[in-house]
Structures are given as C-alpha cells and as structure tokens.
Design a protein around this ligand. Structure first.
Ligand SMILES: Nc1nc2c(ncn2[C@@H]2O[C@H](COP(=O)(O)OP(=O)(O)OP(=O)(O)O)[C@@H](O)[C@H]2O)c(=O)[nH]1
Ligand SMILES: [Mg+2]
Length: 384
C-alpha cells in the first residue's frame, strides 16, 4: 500500500514597506501597513515584517532612497522573504528598478489588489472586469518592459507593417483586447438589465455598500437568510441580489419584500482601473433606490473608512442616493464607545449581524421604502 504524506505548502514570504513623508503621522502609515498585511494574507502571502521609510522627497528612479532599499532588502532576505510589497503606487520602471536593486519580486498596492481580484473572480463578468483592469494597469507600463526588444521590426502578420516596433505591437494588441472586453461587458450588462426587468415594482431595490470586511454579506444573510460571510478582504466580488421578506401587508394581505444586493467592498486607494472596470457591477448600486452603508463600528479607523466609502460612492455617481448608515459589529464595542458613536451618528443603526441585534431597525427602514397603497383621490369640483 502506498501511503501519501501531505506536502507542507510553501507560502511565499513578503516584507512590507511604505513611504513616510514629513507630514505623515506614524500611526496613519502603520494603519496603512496593517491593511497591506491583510491584503497580503488575502493573496496567500505570509507577511514577515514591515517598515516605514522616512524621506522628505521621493526618488524618481526607485521611489524610496537607495540606502533605505539596501537596508530593507537585507533585513527582508534574512527573514526569508522573497517579495517586497510597497504601499505606494509605483510606475512600471520604478518596480523594475526596485527589483534590480533588491533581487526580490516587487508588487505595489494596486498590483496586489489586482492579484487578489484575479484569484477570486468566479463569474464571466467578474473575470472580464478584472482582466480589463489588468490591461488598463499594464498599458502605460508596457514601455520599458520591452526596451530590450525595442527595435524596428518591419514585416507582415501581426506586426502592423514596416516600422512598427515591438512596443507598438504590444500596445496595439492590448488596446484591441481592452475594446473586446468592454464590448463583452456591455453585452453582459444588457443581459443583467433584461433579467432585472421582471422584478416586482413594489419591491424596493437596495444595495449593501461599504468598506471591505465590514460585514455586508453578514447583513445580507441576516436580512435574507442567504450569503456566505468570510473573514477576508474582498471575499465578495460578484453582485448577488436576494429577497428580504418584510412581513405581510395588513390591508391587502400581499407579501412585502425588498431586493437586497451584496456588492464588492471598497478600500482606500482602490485602483481606479478597478473602479472603472467594476462600473457595470456597481451599476446595481447606481440603479438601486437606496443604499445600506455598512461599516465596521469596532474599527479604530471607522471615520476614515466612511470617508473612503463616501468618496467612492461619489466616484460611481451615487452621492444623491437615500442611505442608512449601518454601524455593524456593535457587539465588539465598549459601552462608552457605543454612546460616542450614537452621539456622532444619531441617524445610524447599530447592529450585530451575528446575533441580528438591530437588524429589525433595518427592516423598518426598508418597509418605509415600499410604495404605500394608492391614496383615495379627492374628486375635483368639476367632476361632481
Ligand atoms: N463580531 C462580529 N463579527 C462580524 C459581524 N458582522 C460580520 N462579522 C464578521 O466579519 C467578517 C467579515 O464579514 P463579511 O460579511 O464577509 O464582510 P463583507 O463586508 O461582506 O466583506 P467583503 O465581501 O470581503 O468585502 C466575518 O468573519 C464575519 O463573521 C458582527 O456584527 N459582529
Ligand atoms: Mg462580502
């Protein structure tokens, strides 16, 4: 009999860095680095260390200072790291120069978020959106990556005639794929719209939006009985819509319900290529009548998260939507913090999605969105 032993999985180790300018507070950069660690874990990497690199200006070649890079690379290698994750958005040539200087693979924040989305995308639509974002990200970076190949390669076939360089061929192919993907996404969006047309006009459509890992899927589950919450950044990529039963109309006996959509989470510095690519999925948010803005009330970073959510909603054209702020994970709050939050956000509902505490208040708010029975019309004088 052959016994097979499970092989220990090799998880790549990474070291995290962030630039700290003279105006940046230590704590802010630490919070950003802690979030980058979560992103690394969500990408199946093991963070082994992190460092703030203080410098008044940024270096155009390598972004960080030369001496800083050498010291960090030394430390990272001693900890067994093979990757360097940078919290700042870097240009293609800065990444390449860093890789050359350190001998390690380098990934910036945008590249890391894109990699997570690529791992998670399940449906055709999510896959096309992520692929589009990847090409949009790579297009301005193609330069330089091919400098060793940049030469005149006049000829026939894929190359567009005499004189087209390898970079030009590459850019042309990338643009072609981008327009194919955009067409495919438009088609998928049309299909989605047609599917939505059969929905009951009496059921208001609401979208759950908010910072990643706030508990949007958990609230969906508490409201509709469906959804799979996970303690992981960007667990949800696809929009799913479920019915929330809100009881029966006492006068007509008709069931009352709302259609609740779960959506992809937001994060600070969400790559704009992703926001653009996810426009069609986020179209569900735009076309919703109202928003349930879910936030993790126990996060020390709550107010910052709310600002990011507000700005992203603006970016996708949703600043005027009616909304209810759902301060979730309230079970993790101390009593004084709970009182502070009630004072700071008097309109908000405090919830615990796990015990469904406060979820009834969300239902009541949803009920108010349902159009009431037609009011009896008072006949005008000329009709009598
Ligand atoms: N203690 C506590 N944990 C919660 C609560 N709501 C959600 N969680 C936990 O928080 C984690 C994230 O929950 P999700 O519902 O997946 O969060 P999400 O906003 O959908 O996250 P993404 O889809 O990744 O953006 C899970 O481990 C949940 O069990 C809550 O009210 N209290
Ligand atoms: Mg989710």
């Amino acid at each position: 009999m052959v016994t097979s032993f499970p092989m220990p999985e090799l998880i790549p180790r990474c070291f995290l860095i962030a630039h700290q300018g003279p105006q940046d507070r230590d704590n802010d950069i630490e919070v950003h680095l802690a979030e980058l660690e979560e992103l690394a874990r969500a990408c199946d990497l093991e963070p082994v260390g992190r460092e703030r690199l203080k410098r008044a200006t940024v270096e155009s070649r390598t972004f960080y200072g030369k001496g800083q890079i050498e010291a960090v690379a030394h430390k990272a290698r001693n900890l067994g790291a093979t990757m360097l994750l940078c919290d700042n958005e870097l240009s293609g040539s800065q990444v390449r120069n860093l890789e050359k200087a350190t001998g390690m693979t380098c990934l910036d924040r945008t590249g890391l978020i894109l990699a997570i989305f690529e791992q998670r995308a399940q449906t055709r639509e999510a896959k096309a959106q992520v692929e589009l974002a990847r090409y949009e990200y790579e297009l301005p970076r193609l330069k330089g990556a091919w400098t060793h190949l940049e030469r005149q390669v006049g000829g026939v076939g894929v190359r567009g005639g005499a004189g087209e360089t390898q970079i030009e061929v590459d850019r042309r192919m990338t643009r072609l794929r981008i327009s194919q993907l955009k067409r495919e996404l438009e088609h998928l969006q049309r299909v989605r719209r047609t599917q939505g047309q059969g929905r009951s006009p009496k059921a208001p459509r609401v979208a759950l939006v908010g910072y990643t890992n706030a508990g949007k899927t958990s609230i969906l589950k508490a409201l509709t009985g469906e959804g799979e919450p996970r303690n992981m950044l960007f667990a949800t990529l696809d929009t799913t819509t479920r019915k929330a039963w809100l009881g029966v109309d006492e006068t007509t006996g008709e069931p009352r319900q709302a259609l609740v959509s779960d959506t992809v989470g937001f994060i600070r510095k969400l790559p704009h290529q992703l926001v653009a690519a996810f426009r069609s999925t986020l179209g569900e948010v735009r076309s919703a009548e109202a928003l349930l803005v879910v936030a993790d009330a126990s996060s020390p970073d709550l107010e910052d998260h709310l600002k990011v959510v507000g700005a992203t909603l603006k970016e996708i054209g949703c600043e005027d939507h009616a909304r209810l702020l759902v301060l979730n994970q309230a079970d993790r709050l101390t009593r004084p913090r709970r009182l502070d939050l009630k004072r700071a956000h008097p309109e908000a509902v405090l919830t615990c999605a796990l015990t469904r505490d406060g979820v009834e208040e969300i239902r009541e708010w949803l009920l108010e969105l349902i159009p009431g029975p037609p009011r009896p019309r008072t006949p005008e004088a000329w009709e009598l």
